[in-house]
Design a protein around this ligand. Structure first.
Ligand SMILES: [Zn+2]
Length: 209
């Protein structure tokens, strides 16, 4: 693969960019990354968590699996996944400033994240705001951003009760996921504040075949 571009995404910020069909985006991160994709020629056609789960018939996707669009098209293929420590999430939406404040007000931060927080540790914004800002130049309204593919967000899910719990299991440094575009795309991601572990910056490399 030929390297086209390298991008550094600082902690709790977002990035958006275009991918041509067959190009590969490598997402190098040790904490959660909220990732979304839109068909470039029709931005209303976008990534869909439920379609992705049902197409692959599982809730944890990995190398060889496909990310599906709302109309059941193949948007991307996961071509490599070096996260050996845990799984990626397809249940959760985006974290947000409002969501953190609500959990704080309701006294539920510890229920959600299994530890205590100092006031200054609770971020004033999250992936919702980061993706909204990154996608605004493309004319995408915040409410039109789909629920994301949450890389490196290892959730503990009880198969009988359906109970979900956050964990602090995250990949080792240098870990990455490669996603190949199966159509021309607009993609965006957020370097999540990832409360249980505190998020880190994300590095992106774009390759062409
Ligand atoms: Zn987040």
């Amino acid at each position: 693969m030929k390297k086209l571009k390298e991008i550094h995404v600082p902690y709790n910020t977002g990035w958006a960019g275009e991918l041509k069909e067959r190009q590969v985006i490598r997402i190098i991160a040790t904490t959660t990354v909220d990732f979304v994709a839109f068909k470039r020629q029709n931005l209303k056609e976008r990534f869909d968590q439920a379609r992705t789960k049902v197409y692959n018939m599982k809730i944890f996707v990995t190398a060889g699996d496909k990310l599906m669009g709302r109309a059941n098209q193949h948007m991307m293929t996961i071509t490599e996944n070096t996260n050996r420590e845990g799984t990626h999430d397809l249940q959760k939406g985006m974290c947000s400033g409002y969501r953190f404040q609500l959990a704080k007000k309701e006294g539920k931060l510890k229920d959600y994240y299994h530890r205590d927080f100092k006031d200054e540790e609770v971020p004033d914004h999250g992936c919702w705001e980061n993706l909204s800002r990154a996608l605004q130049p493309y004319g995408i309204a915040p409410e039109d951003i789909p629920n994301p593919f949450n890389l490196n967000q290892h959730m503990k899910i009880d198969g009988t009760t359906g109970r979900m719990d956050h964990t602090t299991i995250r990949p080792k440094p240098g870990s990455y996921v490669d996603l190949r575009a199966e159509m021309d795309l607009l993609v965006a991601l957020s370097a999540c504040p990832d409360l249980p572990v505190r998020g880190k910056p994300v590095d992106i490399t774009i390759y062409e075949p």
